[in-house]
Design a protein around this ligand. Structure first.
Ligand code: GLY
Length: 397
């Protein structure tokens, strides 16, 4: 068995691949730099993409979860280029997210607070030691931890805090990528209840939400009276028993990060189960359909963001375990193909005059949002380019 190589970089030893990645990074940063003035005040964020341009929205949109992917992108670009222009805006975003959390503006009820505060606040704290960012992230982690329900052992996704109406007593696969905020808070404060809640939620997810074949439900409804399971269902997938591809990607990456925080080896076969399902349902060009019930020959949109998220999860796990264990060599071959396909079939270039980096994402097919760009697609695309070219020591998650 080979050794763990925390410095592993996917493009090492492949000069042509590295050159293509470097060009993709240069293109992405040039586009981002051009978009920067539109968001320069640090209190507005990209939301909604139309005719090649981002819409502009304030922080704390009801029911929304993506504002932090903008500062996340800026921090990635800052790491890649050392250009202070990105940092200046992202530092303003820190203050805006601090305001949001202390004013409890769309925070307390929000299950995606991990997405929001990991990238907007944990990332700058890790990169620059910003104390305001740290405080914001710790308040957010406390808020997320309060959504943990002892009866059933999960983080409740739907409904305002304290709302136990039967239809809201449920959890979702997306929460797997909110758990890093709790793991981080446990390390930062020494308070192990954060980690304990994250692990309990994760175990409940593996028990009920992951199906026998490694596929996942999007949502899982629990019985408030007993804490027992009721049934799996979906919001964003094609139907309750289908295989929403972005959800499958969230659990791949979530398990990789959870493994790093816990070194709990029982998570590794689970990582294999969910990753096998993902890679075994990819079409020939390696860009996932929005739901894995579709494949080559189906006239349905792709979700390139799911591929970017899954590639990041595989590249994270590649830093944590030897590559001749748990199918890692196979997963790395697929991650490379997914990244190559994103660069050749989904990426934008500066001459296109558009503001997004990644095409062909499907935020919400049933809401008629498909074959478009989205800010988290851009974020994970740039994260996987960074991961494929560098040893990323400051993982934000
Ligand atoms: N709410 C997370 C997602 O749409 O993937």
């Amino acid at each position: 068995m080979s050794e763990v190589n925390r410095n592993y970089v996917l493009s090492d030893g492949d000069a042509a691949f590295r050159a293509e990645l470097d060009q993709a990074i240069a293109d992405a940063c040039a586009i981002l730099k051009g978009t920067l003035p539109k968001f320069a005040d640090g209190d507005v964020y990209p939301r909604g993409y139309k005719n090649g341009k981002w819409g502009v929205a304030p922080n704390a949109q009801p029911n929304y979860w993506t504002e932090s992917f903008w500062p996340g992108l800026l921090w990635l670009a800052y790491e890649l280029t050392k250009d202070e222009a990105y940092r200046q805006v992202a530092d303003k975003n820190v203050l805006d997210f601090y305001r949001r959390v202390v004013e409890n503006d769309e925070v307390d009820w929000h299950h995606d607070i991990g997405f929001l505060y990991t990238l907007s606040s944990v990332a700058p704290y890790k990169l620059t030691g910003n104390k305001i960012a740290k405080e914001a992230a710790l308040i957010a982690a406390y808020s997320l931890s309060r959504r943990f329900r002892y009866r059933g052992s999960f983080i409740q996704s739907m409904g305002a805090d304290g709302n136990y109406e039967p239809q809201n007593y449920r959890f979702i696969v997306d929460t797997m990528m909110n758990l890093p905020l709790l793991f981080w808070a446990a390390e930062e404060t020494g308070d192990q209840t954060y980690k304990d809640k994250a692990m309990r939620h994760l175990r409940t997810t593996l028990k009920y939400l992951v199906r026998e074949d490694g596929s996942t439900y999007h949502h899982f409804l629990m019985d408030h009276a007993t804490g027992g399971p009721i049934r799996g269902l979906t919001l964003q997938g094609a139907h309750d028993e289908s295989f929403w591809s972005r959800g499958q990607a969230w659990i791949i990456y979530g398990l990789a990060v959870a493994y790093d925080y816990t070194k709990d080896e029982s998570l590794l076969p689970e990582f294999v189960r969910v990753t096998d399902f993902f890679i075994n349902h990819l079409p020939k060009d390696y860009v996932p359909f929005w739901d894995f019930i579709y494949n080559d020959g189906d006239d349905e949109p792709r979700d390139s963001s799911a591929g970017a998220i899954a590639a990041c999860g595989i590249l994270e796990m590649a830093r944590l375990i030897p590559h001749d264990t748990y199918n890692m060599e196979k997963y790395l071959r697929v991650a490379k193909e997914m990244i190559i396909s994103m660069m050749r079939n989904c990426k934008t270039t500066p001459d296109m005059g558009v503001e997004a980096l990644l095409l062909h994402t499907t935020p919400y097919k049933k809401g008629n949002s498909y074959d478009t760009s989205c800010i988290y697609g851009d974020y994970f695309y740039l994260e996987c380019l960074l991961r494929a070219t560098r040893n990323w020591e400051n993982r934000y998650w």
